[in-house]
Design a binder for this molecule. Structure first.
Ligand SMILES: [Zn+2]
Length: 109
């Protein structure tokens, strides 16, 4: 059973690679690549794109539509605690200030 989707990169069929060549002499074409569906790429972007380049082409072509799915109109914030601590290093009494950021668990757990 062949389980695949065609790469969604809008220019996938324009890349000059041998594995895209199909057809017989005199009527050859560059064809969009197949993307095999595996347990490793299930529900991941690599189940729809043959490469990072094709993913970037798609994202740059359709960025407005993609952002419209979940627009960010306000910033998100993560509650944190910030603590400073002096840390000694070496054997000569040298110290530096270490900034420690920990997230605040608002779920009571
Ligand atoms: Zn592709």
């Amino acid at each position: 059973m062949s389980n695949f989707v065609w790469c969604h990169g809008p220019s996938c069929h324009k890349s000059h690679t041998q594995d895209r060549i199909r057809g017989v002499k005199g009527s050859k074409v560059l064809r969009t690549k197949k993307v095999q569906q595996t347990e490793w790429n299930r529900d991941r972007m690599y189940s729809y794109f043959c490469s990072q380049g094709c993913y970037n082409d798609f994202a740059n072509t359709y960025v407005r539509e993609v952002i419209a799915i979940a627009p960010r109109l306000e910033p998100l914030e993560t509650p944190i605690n910030v603590t400073k601590e002096q840390v000694q290093y070496g054997w000569r009494d040298g110290t530096y200030t270490n900034t420690r950021i920990t997230t605040v668990d608002n779920n009571g757990g």
